[in-house]
Unconditional design. Structure first.
Length: 277
C-alpha cells in the first residue's frame, strides 16, 4: 500500500468501533445482524419487515431505496420516498437503518439513516468516496465483485484520508468460475481484512451466494472467523419480491436463523477465547 496506510491494523492495534446508535457499535462484540428486504417496495412491506426484524432481536434494518441494477428494465427502487419509508419504519421499531447512497447530492435525504452503504458497484466511485469522507456519518463499504482485498482497503483509505474514520467493511461475494451460486462469499478475505485492517468487517451471505439455504451456516462461519456481523435479506413474501427473492428469507426462516445463530454463540466465543490463551 502506498501512502499513509490509515486503514492498517498497525495504526490502531486495538481495533476501531463504529457507533450506529447509543449502545450499538460495530467492532466490539456482540456479533451484529442487519436484516431487511433487498428493496423498499411500499409502506406496508417495510413496516412488516421492520416489525419482524425487531421481534427476532436484530438491531439494524436494511433496505434499498436507490437500486443500481444490472438491467435498466428491472425495479430501480422508490428513491427518496423509499429512504423516508425505511427511516420511518426503523424509527418506529427502535432500529438503526442502513441503505445505499448513489449520489452525494442526495445526502440531505439520509438524515434518518444510521449507516450509509456504498454498494459493490460503487466501491471505486472515487467522487462518491471523497464526498462521503467529508461527512460525520458511518459508511458501509462493500467489496466490489472483482476487487482484490488490497483494492478494497484502498477504497476505504479514500474515506479515512478525507477525514471520515467511521468506516465498516463488508465482504459480499466475488465473481469466480462457480455457477451454482450467484457469487462466491470469500470468507478468507473476511479473516484477512481483519488481520490487515483495524476497521470492523461484515459478511453478506445473501449476495455472497444467492441461496437462502446457505445463509445460516455462513452466518455461523462468519462469526467463527471473527467477523463483526452479517447483513442478510428478509422479505414478507420472497416469492413476490421485486428484487433478489431467491436469496431472501421469510420471517419464519429468519427467526429460526436468529435463534440458531445466537444460541451457540456464547459457547463458540468461550472456545475461541480459550484457544487464544
Amino acid at each position: 500500500m502506498t501512502g499513509p496506510g490509515l486503514v492498517l491494523r498497525e495504526r490502531r492495534p486495538q481495533g476501531t468501533c463504529v457507533e450506529l446508535a447509543p449502545g450499538l457499535a460495530l467492532g466490539a462484540r456482540p456479533f451484529v445482524v442487519m436484516a431487511g428486504p433487498c428493496a423498499v417496495e411500499d409502506e406496508r412491506q417495510i413496516h412488516e419487515a421492520a416489525a419482524a426484524v425487531a421481534q427476532a432481536g436484530c438491531p439494524v434494518l436494511r433496505g434499498g431505496a436507490f437500486k443500481p441494477r444490472t438491467s435498466p428494465y428491472t425495479f430501480q427502487g422508490l428513491g427518496a420516498a423509499g429512504v423516508r419509508l425505511l427511516a420511518d419504519a426503523a424509527n418506529r421499531h427502535g432500529l438503526a437503518a442502513v441503505t445505499e447512497i448513489l449520489d452525494p447530492a442526495d445526502l440531505p435525504l439520509f438524515e434518518g439513516v444510521a449507516l450509509l452503504q456504498v454498494g459493490a458497484r460503487n466501491m471505486q466511485n472515487f467522487a462518491l468516496l471523497r464526498k462521503l469522507a467529508l461527512i460525520n456519518k458511518p459508511v458501509l463499504l462493500k467489496r466490489g465483485p472483482s476487487a482484490t482485498v488490497k483494492e478494497w482497503l484502498l477504497a476505504a483509505e479514500y474515506l479515512l484520508a478525507g477525514g471520515n474514520s467511521q468506516v465498516v467493511l463488508c465482504e459480499r461475494g466475488i465473481k469466480t468460475f462457480e455457477t451454482e451460486m450467484r457469487n462466491t462469499l470469500d470468507l478468507a478475505a473476511v479473516a484477512l481484512a481483519r488481520e490487515l485492517s483495524h476497521l470492523p468487517v461484515l459478511a453478506d451471505p445473501s449476495h455472497g451466494t444467492g441461496r437462502r439455504s446457505l445463509i445460516a451456516p455462513l452466518c455461523r462461519a462468519a462469526f467463527a472467523l471473527g467477523a463483526d456481523g452479517v447483513i442478510i435479506e428478509v422479505h414478507p413474501c420472497p416469492e413476490r419480491a421485486l428484487s433478489d427473492g431467491a436469496q431472501s428469507l421469510d420471517f419464519k426462516g429468519f427467526a429460526e436463523i436468529m435463534q440458531a445463530l445466537y444460541a451457540p454463540l456464547p459457547a463458540i466465543a468461550r472456545a475461541m477465547s480459550a484457544s487464544a490463551q
